[in-house]
Design a protein. Structure first.
Lengths: 378, 265
């Protein structure tokens, strides 16, 4: 079973071989999508492999010729990987209208890679009006048509229904994995959890589901670390650079729940399988959130975090602020006030995927965990 | 008699405090050369020499500061934030806020009941508003850093240093010199610039009196008074300002030793 775990960790660390192997084995198309929300089921039903492009720790050199230094590290490294040829096996790219950085990178992408297939998924900012559902249905139909042209075959309703089932199963298994790290954080390190979650972004989901289902009962009995002294909820775009998770581990803490975009946010809201398949995906998008990049008139992120902390018996919240992510930055003051009012300690850590020196991060985390340990009494 | 030791390995200096029975400072010393070189060893040797003690007399040692992870002679390591809180509360039980301005970072620490750290803020990755900033500016002005306070006190005006970035600020200082501005006024501007930066940090945690200023930069009266003016309140510089972190580490060491001894009993 260790080898199944290692295979997933390896995919997360170095996805290219797995993606290339899938492509060679199936002769299918690979579709890359940028954060945060893309109805992967449509890609899957079209017989293509969806792979998500959330950047990485690569050194930025070429991308700086096209993007300003104060763009977030996700778009800078995605562009860098594109220019380096890392995405050469990717046949088409989907750019959701998540934020200004991704929207503008889409335009730069078109100029840098003329002729490479690209689809802009322009979401409605308002998800409350009736028109949003009709608009989304048209948007997703457009995406289906684009995928059909690219793959040479249109997905039937039956195939889409099947893909929705596979993705709901993927979300259910992911929820089991998440429940396990809260009930028995001793069974895997924070880094392992994060890499398993990330590996799903590069594997065909039937295959991923098979491996994860095999792994879960084994993980439940495994012990790799002592019971954590401090339990944390992590929020933000992603828990990268991964060294941060190792530092938390070394200091005797554990992330027991998260509200990360590359984490719980994309895994929320199973699609309603009683609805016609396209409507189910529209309905799912309308129910996504809370998220800094989705308009939320009820401002539910604070109460969501408080709920997570209460349900998972967490001592504090770690806000991993992706440098230059305006959406997250604007949420922070509101969250800070709400969490402080509720007496839930919060630590803000500014992160970039390219960060290599973690000395200051370590000092902050250690001081935060020392404060929390006083109160936790574990 | 129980002797405990606190070692604070900073980016520029190494500090060591020897504590007797968790209440009396036997020796405290500051040695140039922090994490790099043998600063830590020198500081330990010097403190032991001053106290007339040997390394084998030390019951427990806690290391803190940036080099805490690489310092081999400690029983345990703790964050400098916890240690500065501890040291400050020992020196002034009414302290509610500690402003520590070290070599490469600045911290504002809020203390709650019993001197426990309740909140803190640290400067971002750059060295603006820290000891290193002062060193770079002193170099640009061709004056020793220790003389800046005296120079600044002779100012009749203040030259505004608006750049936060140390490198840009250095260019501003050089431009001001080239424009013939009096050195004293430039120094006052530098102090003001650090104070502005630290005050911004302090407002993030909400400073509450009494406020202690610690760290190497606390020795510069110019910075301390500019900061007091910005925050609109009195600031205290304790007796062990630069060695406050090491003092906190020695206090923790005493607690840890007693806890371990209780377990043995």
């Amino acid at each position: 079973m260790e080898s199944v775990l290692q295979s997933l960790l390896e995919v997360a660390r170095n996805p290219a071989p797995a993606v290339t192997a899938w492509k060679q084995g199936t002769n299918g198309k690979v579709i890359g999508w940028l954060p945060i929300y893309v109805p992967e089921e449509l890609i899957h039903a079209a017989g293509a492999l969806p792979v998500s492009l959330w950047g990485g720790s690569t050194e930025i050199a070429r991308a700086d010729a096209h993007l300003q230094g104060f763009a977030c590290s996700v778009v800078r490294s995605v562009l860098e990987y594109g220019l380096k040829g890392t995405y050469n096996m990717v046949d088409g790219f989907i750019f959701p209208s998540t934020c200004d950085h991704i929207q503008n990178t889409s335009d730069i992408w078109a100029a840098v890679f003329p002729g490479r297939p690209k689809f802009d998924l322009v979401y409605p900012a308002n998800r409350q009006s009736k028109a949003s559902a009709a608009y989304l249905e048209r948007l997703f139909t457009g995406l289906q048509e684009w995928l059909a042209a690219l793959t040479g075959s249109a997905a039937s309703e039956g195939r889409l229904r099947e893909s929705i089932g596979i993705y709901n199963h993927y979300r259910a298994l992911s929820a089991e994995l998440a429940a396990l790290r809260s009930s028995r954080p001793e069974c895997m390190s924070d880094l392992e959890f994060s890499l398993i979650t990330k590996s799903a972004l590069f594997l065909e989901k039937t295959e991923y589901n098979r491996r994860l289902a095999e792994l879960l009962p084994w993980l439940a009995r495994r012990t790799v670390r002592p019971r954590p002294k401090v339990r944390l909820v992590a929020t933000g775009i992603m828990a990268e650079p991964q060294g941060i998770l190792q530092v938390i581990d070394e200091l005797g803490g554990a992330v027991v729940a998260d509200d990360l975009a590359l984490g719980a946010r994309i895994l929320r809201a199973p699609a309603d399988e009683t609805l016609p398949p396209l409507s189910a995906l529209v309905d799912r998008h309308l129910r996504l959130g809370p998220c800094s990049t989705l308009y939320d008139c009820r401002k539910e992120r604070g109460s969501h975090l408080l709920g997570l902390a209460a349900r998972h018996n967490a001592d504090g919240v770690l806000f991993l602020s992706m440098k230059f992510c305006e959406a997250e930055d604007f949420d922070y003051p509101v969250l800070k006030a709400e969490l402080e009012a509720a007496g839930l300690p919060l630590l803000l850590l500014e992160v970039e995927q390219q960060m290599s020196a973690l000395g200051q991060v370590r000092t902050r985390l250690q001081a935060f965990l020392e404060i929390l340990a006083q109160g936790a009494g574990r | 008699m129980t002797l405990t030791m606190g070692v604070d390995l900073g980016s520029i200096t190494a500090k060591c405090v020897l504590l007797q029975d968790g209440c009396r400072v036997l020796a405290d010393c500051v040695v140039k050369g922090g994490m790099i070189g043998d600063g830590a060893q020198k500081a330990v040797t010097e403190a032991l020499h001053r106290a007339g003690a040997a390394l084998t007399d030390i019951a427990y040692t806690v290391a803190t500061g940036y080099g805490r992870v690489i310092f081999a002679g400690a029983n345990e390591e703790m964050s400098e934030i916890g240690c500065h809180g501890k040291g400050a509360y020992f020196q002034e039980p009414e302290a509610r806020t500690v402003i520590d301005i070290g070599g490469q970072d600045a911290k504002v620490i809020r203390l709650g009941a019993g001197g426990r750290v309740s909140n803190f803020a640290m400067n971002e990755k750059c060295a603006a508003g820290t000891g290193r900033f002062l060193e770079v500016m002193a170099q640009a002005l061709s004056h020793p850093v220790a003389e800046l306070a005296r120079l600044g006190s002779q100012a009749t005006g203040k030259v505004s240093i608006s750049s936060t970035c140390t490198v840009f600020a250095e260019s501003e200082v050089i431009s001001s010199l080239a424009a013939g501005c009096p050195v004293a006024d430039i120094v006052a501007g530098i102090h003001e610039s650090i104070a502005r930066r630290i005050a911004g940090l302090a407002y993030r945690v909400g400073p509450e009196e009494k406020i202690l200023v610690t760290g190497g930069v606390a020795q510069n009266r110019g910075v301390v008074s500019a900061l007091a003016e910005k925050l609109g309140c009195e600031l205290l510089v304790p007796q062990f300002a630069q060695t406050n972190g090491a003092l906190g580490a020695a206090l923790y060491a005493f607690e840890k030793f007693r806890l371990a001894a209780d377990h043995v009993d």
